[in-house]
Design a protein around this ligand. Sequence first.
Ligand SMILES: NC(=O)c1ccc[n+]([C@@H]2O[C@H](COP(=O)([O-])OP(=O)(O)OC[C@H]3O[C@@H](n4cnc5c(N)ncnc54)[C@H](O)[C@@H]3O)[C@@H](O)[C@H]2O)c1
Length: 415
Amino acid sequence: MAERTLTYGFVGAGFNAKFHLAALRQLRGIEVAGVVSVAGAAEFAALARGWGLGSTQVYGSVGEMAKHVECVAVCAPNDARIAIVEAIADAVKAGAELKGVICEKPLGRNVAEARRLVELAEGAGLRTAYFENQIHMKPIRVQLAQLEPLRRQMGPLALARSAEEHGGPHEGWFWDPTRQGGGVLCDMGCHSIAVGWYVLTPTGKPLTFLEPQEVTADLGLLKWGQPAWREKLLKERGVDYAKTPAEDFATGMITFRNPETGQRVKAQFTNSWMFEKQGLRLLMDGMGPGYAFEVNSLLSPLTIFVGDAAAEAIKDAELALEKATASRGLLAVQHNEPDLYGYTDENADARDAFLEGRDAALTWRYGLEITTLVMAAYLSAEQKRVVDLTNPATQRALETYVPLIQQGRGAEQLY
Ligand SMILES: NC(=O)c1ccc[n+]([C@@H]2O[C@H](COP(=O)([O-])OP(=O)(O)OC[C@H]3O[C@@H](n4cnc5c(N)ncnc54)[C@H](O)[C@@H]3O)[C@@H](O)[C@H]2O)c1
């Protein structure tokens, strides 16, 4: 039987979409048929074609592309989500035969936006994939498999700690809290909260089996609010953190309850854009009774050394590591970041699901749950209190809550 292929159309042709291309090179059964982007579409199409990923066409609109592909992958900035998904839903209503739609993290900048996306997709009868790559990371999946007998015999993990940190994003819009949704908590807290919840979840149980009980969080503007760094940000990224700052540090704790046993477990998250090491670091660990695991993405089997004399020859430090900050000395190099970070496996999952006519492992409804936890963390930090997620009044308040920082009023909270 001929192998079935899913045709993708990308919306957005930036950093993230290109990371996906690098992941798709490692997979069979996905063809990149189209791209729509404000900028960079022709270059992206040439890259995809050059890598043998398909006859990638540049389209002028999402609606037009949706007629020619089976899956639309939304990899555009966060503030463009709703208009893009409205265009996809309209195209489906006008006859486009999409098998599924992918959305990168975060699903929405707040709960109302994320819920709107879920309703648009469900209203159009679309199968969904929420792209949270860290849940698909091979080191995360392998530790789960390896420790499965221990979890069964000794009991589940009681504590998970997850961190994603780097020195700050690559494009100006990420730094603008009104466009991105906030600072590092919105941008990367969604990853760490999701992966923490996931590793704590007992084997075979649904992703949302453990019930979130309460959230506490603390935010800071520890580096990029200082005058010299603020100036650099204004010059290089066009955002003024004197007027509209966002947090560059976030940490917090979510308590979950196992509804079958009553056991309470905790997931701690830490995220920063002020990480002064080699580049992006993912750090996850978990503690069970008598066993543990740890993932550290900066520990690579490959290191290279670049001395001062040779350093000028290294033009692009990101060749070594995402968000690399140094191009000389002893450098950690990850030889396959798309695979390490889970991009290949999330695309394989979406391919199999959509070709079989079902939702991917992580749906947009799941993405909405993550947005709700992120918003609860903002609320906790803003009001300096424990947010009780079992309280119906709090649940209602979160539906329309827009953090001060996202409103552009972060100075009131962070200075
Ligand atoms: N999973 C991850 O770890 C990860 C990593 C990076 C980014 N992301 C997510 O991917 C998304 C894109 O981020 P990025 O880093 O690629 O940003 P980027 O700024 O590098 O690229 C954005 C791309 O979208 C295009 N674009 C802008 N507005 C558009 C619109 N209205 N319609 C179509 N195209 C539009 C831009 O021209 C650009 O090509 C964000 O939602 C981000 O949160 C996820």
